[in-house]
Design a protein around this ligand. Structure first.
Ligand code: UD1
Ligand code: CA
Length: 499
């Protein structure tokens, strides 16, 4: 077991000054996971217990770690951020193992393999300190590694004299130290005469001066990049993102313009699927096999079955989509929608908190909210479920095989029964029984020859309502009355309040 004799100390108390944001840099997401969780997950995988030093935004960082459920973490508060050496000293009461592995919270690309290699080397050589170094073209910001006759010294960026700034061997910021050494020597750390901070890497010089065994192990820069600025965060996220894309490519996923696609850490994609330009796959999204996700679609915390097509510019959130489904283009699906197999959701359709049964279709310009829709239902273009009256939300039920005509307004709560029809343009305020036809619209009347009369009066008269139009309106009202008398329209008392 890797972690058997090792305790990790992770430093996360700093103020993130160079980020220039209020929020601690350690809480910024990289591919959907806060930066600090990356090295913590690597330690967790190696079963190494962690002493986490918190200070700036301690509560916020702690909450995030608790939410993620990282195992075996002891939090220690560093009240004042006096430097990395001081931060490690604050954890002394937790040093219950022989080896203390120290690393910083701002190095999300470190891998468990690299940590394992460092520990193995440390043990094999029985070193007092082993630490990771790297060679970098632009070493700005890092501590530079000086080596003379096998003795090391780290000079921090701010403490460098000019010629030292050109040294491109850097201190990566991962160390294993014998506990006995730390206990004896950590009280000897002094303050930098330049910054007044207590530097942890000074222990390397102290150990070398005491004639103790110190070894440097070279690591690839892309595994030890530190994140001090938003530019560095961007660089690191690009590396992570391409790592995930390469992973899914190797499992048979085709990415169109791969450099434009964003994938979060927990996303899964089945073989044979196609992911279009600019797609964002976020959170806990799972895409099945042989799916097509069109350009600029965003899918978040959503499960998609196999052979489903999500056309371009759609936004799907917190929902479950079946197999052989078509969604979009320009569709929005949100808030715990369940869409069963073979459903078709077309362009400019929004579905919210609803269940759509197998083979149901809503192909154009609709809003379906808080609705239970059965199987084989057809929802005509422009249909709206009026689920909100300004105070509460109500449900719409559309049973199996129903046909909702175009441009319907379904005022919830309301039920359209099994295999019922509603006429196009209806405002449905009452339940429609199974197999019935619901019509709720005013009857059309045609005024023979009126078009000519209107045109003539518009040509001759002012732009006020003409006598012809007024006359037409008066006779319309008469017709309406007659219509009502024939009992085709409900009385006032029958009407529900519709919104
Ligand atoms: C540090 C190293 C530098 C190394 C680089 C690698 C020191 C003095 N310098 O520099 O040699 O090349 O990392 O990335 O160690 N922190 C605390 N308490 C404090 C100060 C810092 O917990 O009082 C935490 C920070 O939150 C951060 C980590 O320690 O996670 C490192 O601090 P940072 O200021 O980023 O150090 P660098 O200047 O990057
Ligand atoms: Ca840093």
């Amino acid at each position: 077991m890797t972690g058997y004799n090792t305790r990790a100390v992770m430093l996360a108390a700093g103020k993130s000054t160079r980020f220039k944001t209020k929020k601690s840099k350690l809480l910024f997401n990289i591919c959907g996971q806060p930066m600090i969780l990356y090295p913590m997950r690597a330690l967790e995988a190696l079963q190494i217990p962690i002493s986490l030093v918190l200070g700036y935004q301690a509560d916020e960082v702690k909450q995030e770690i608790e939410r993620a459920g990282v195992k075996d973490v002891a939090c220690v508060i560093q009240e004042q951020q006096l430097g990395t050496g001081h931060a490690v000293a604050c954890t002394q009461s937790t040093w219950d193992r022989e080896e203390i592995l120290i690393l910083y919270g701002d190095m999300p690309l470190v891998t468990k393999e690299l940590i394992q290699q460092l520990l193995a080397d440390h043990r094999a050589r029985n070193s007092t300190i082993s630490f990771l170094t790297s060679y970098v073209i632009d070493p700005f910001g890092y501590g530079r590694v000086l080596e003379h006759d096998g003795k090391f010294q780290i000079i921090e960026e701010k403490d460098c004299v000019d010629e030292q700034r050109n040294i491109n061997r850097i201190n990566a910021g991962v160390y294993v130290m014998k506990r006995a050494f730390l206990e004896q020597y950590i009280p000897q750390l002094g303050k930098s005469s330049v910054t007044g901070e207590i530097y942890l890497p000074e222990l390397i010089k102290i150990a070398c001066d005491a004639g103790l065994l110190v070894h440097a192990i070279s690591a690839p820069y892309d595994n030890v990049r530190g994140v001090n600025t938003l530019q560095e965060l961007w660089g690191v996220e690009q590396i992570k993102r391409s790592e995930f894309i390469r992973h899914w490519m190797s499992r048979g996923v085709r990415f169109e313009l791969a450099q434009s696609i964003h994938i979060d850490i927990d996303v899964e994609i089945g073989a044979g699927s196609f992911i279009g330009t600019g797609v964002h796959l976020l959170g806990n999204t799972k895409i099945g096999e042989e799916c097509f996700v069109g350009a600029f679609t965003i899918i978040e915390d959503t499960t998609v079955g196999d052979s489903t097509t999500i056309h371009s510019h759609s936004v799907l959130q917190h929902s479950t989509i079946g197999s052989n489904v078509h969604v979009g283009p320009f569709a929005r699906v949100r808030d715990h929608v369940v869409i069963q197999d073979e459903v078709e959701i077309g362009n400019f359709v929004e579905v919210k908190n609803s269940h759509l049964g197998q083979s149901t279709k809503a192909k154009h310009l609709s809003y379906i909210g808080d609705a239970q829709v059965g199987t084989n239902v057809n929802i005509g273009a422009g249909t709206i479920t009026c689920n909100y009256d300004g105070v509460k939300k109500s449900a719409t039920v559309i049973e199996d095989g129903a046909f909702v005509g175009s441009n319907n307004t379904l005022i919830a709560p309301v039920t359209i029964g099994k295999e019922a029809y509603t006429a196009a343009g209806s405002t449905i305020t009452h339940d429609v029984p199974a197999q019935a036809l619901g019509i709720a619209r005013s009857r059309q009347t045609n005024k023979e020859g009126y078009a000519h009369k209107i045109r003539e009066s518009l040509k001759s008269g002012p732009a006020t309502p003409s006598s012809v139009e007024k006359k037409a309106h008066a006779s319309e009202e008469k017709e309406e009355e007659g219509f009502q008398f024939r009992g085709a329209v409900k009385t006032e008392a029958d009407h529900k309040e519709g919104f």
